[in-house]
Write a protein that binds this ligand. Structure first.
Ligand code: ZN
Length: 433
């Protein structure tokens, strides 16, 4: 399928902004340049008139738990450990594969409708998540969450291996897989050793929660006499590609390790705020040369999967935390939400910028609206003024998934109805268990 996007305000993220056209063929960007510059030999099957729209790379949600959309609004305003132990883990214990499929479809729909084209997910029954990703048409890096202190930890690792063998590179490469050790406080070094052996054998990276709360820092310090980051260095976790969610509480030594080992960090400002975890030192991490992407975390701790809002929160939170309005300017935040996330997921060669040769994951944002007028600075608008509903058209791998806000790949009404049924039944099962 050959697609021509005409007369957009193009923000490639790599290179200068311009008014012009983008040509897509075989799922890749084959040309971009000023209006009328597309070679005449290019004959599109479909042309999109993008007058009054900005074209950006699709947003990359670098950390979430998609199926947790089923728990949206179920348990709020509690401390992390109480929230997990008394509310979330009991409902997760009665989740079925079908629930996870429905919750993942709901999450995928929400992300698609807010301009997110790729997400990194850690959960259970990942076959069901992959099924949902395949159906909606998004791109995702998926891993099964591994709790080393749980009764069936070895079985979970075996499931991870099967999942990776079956799905890594599937859906025309839109699905990639990682191993997902949950966190240092749930995966002791002896278990991590097995996970790392599997990562080497399968040639995949790791997606882990690191240094999220002060409680975690204290617990690891008491048990191992070092920080979670130092502990992970000791077990050689960072000798493989690692996507580390949170990294809220870091020492200078921690930051040096993250920079030297090229760890990709997923910053989840709204989840950190809602759970009262703290403010991640994002400006300092970026200054130290660490790759930082932006994520929403699961919808039970956010409570939505809205990357547009997450960009604004990331910028504002650093500014207020450091009492400095110059940190995290709009352009840098947009980079984090696109190419930063792509790098953190190990996908920067394929996505994250609009460049010839990259996969065509493109969002067209409708700029012709009161809250985005006048157009002094479109990048600033996307970070400080835009809303998720400004995502008008979403293209992944050269395929149009949403056009004029109409989703073309799945039936929205069915997804909402089935997710609602699953969520209600879950709560009933959990309370009678
Ligand atoms: Zn998480």
């Amino acid at each position: 399928m050959r697609l021509l996007i005409e007369n957009a305000y193009v923000i490639p993220v790599a290179g200068d902004q311009f008014q012009g056209d983008i040509a897509v063929g075989d799922g890749r960007i084959i040309h971009l340049g000023p209006a009328g510059s597309v070679p005449e030999a290019f004959t599109p099957d479909e042309t999109l008139d993008a007058t009054g729209m900005a074209a950006t790379p699709g947003l990359v949600n670098s950390h979430t738990h998609a199926a947790m959309t089923l728990f949206r609004g179920y348990a709020d305003d509690l401390p992390l450990m109480e929230w997990l132990g008394e509310k979330i883990w009991p409902v997760e214990a009665v989740l079925t594969g079908e629930d996870i499929y429905r919750g993942s479809l709901l999450a995928g729909l929400e992300m698609l409708k807010s301009g997110t084209t790729t997400f990194a997910d850690q959960y259970f029954e990942m076959d069901q998540v992959a099924r949902a990703v395949e159906e909606i048409g998004l791109r995702a890096s998926l891993c099964r969450g591994l709790i080393g202190i749980a009764p069936h930890a070895d079985q979970a690792l075996a499931e991870s291996r099967d999942f990776i063998r079956n799905w890594h590179g599937a859906a025309n490469g839109r699905i990639t897989a990682m191993l997902g050790p949950h966190a240092p406080y749930t995966c002791p070094p002896s278990y991590l050793e097995k996970v790392l052996a599997a990562a080497d054998e399968l040639g995949v990276g790791l997606h882990i929660h690191l240094s999220e709360t002060r409680t975690e820092i204290e617990q690891i310090q008491t048990e191992y006499g070092c920080s979670p980051i130092e502990l992970m260095e000791k077990v050689n976790l960072f000798e493989r590609p690692v996507l580390a969610a949170h990294c809220v509480h870091l020492s200078e030594a921690d930051m040096e390790i993250l920079a030297e080992k090229r760890v990709g960090v997923a910053h989840n400002p709204q989840s950190n705020m809602k759970l009262g975890s703290g403010i991640a030192p994002v400006a300092r991490m970026l200054a130290a040369g660490i790759t930082v992407g932006i994520g929403t975390d699961g919808a039970a701790s956010n409570n939505d999967l809205n990357m547009v809002e997450e960009m604004r929160t990331a910028a504002l939170l650093q500014k207020v935390g450091l009492e400095n309005p110059t940190v995290l300017p709009a352009g840098q935040v947009l980079e984090m939400a696109t190419v930063g996330g792509a790098k953190a997921l190990g996908l920067a060669e394929q996505i994250g910028t609009l460049e010839v040769g990259k996969r065509a994951d493109i969002v067209l944002w409708n700029l012709n609206q009161a809250h985005l007028c006048p157009l002094h600075n479109v990048q600033a608008h996307l970070v400080y003024s835009a809303g998720r509903a400004d995502a008008d058209t979403v293209i992944v791998d050269g395929r149009i998934l949403m056009r004029g806000r109409r989703v073309l790949t799945v039936d929205e009404e069915t997804i909402l109805r089935e997710a609602g049924c699953s969520a209600r039944a879950l709560v009933t099962r959990a309370s009678s268990a």
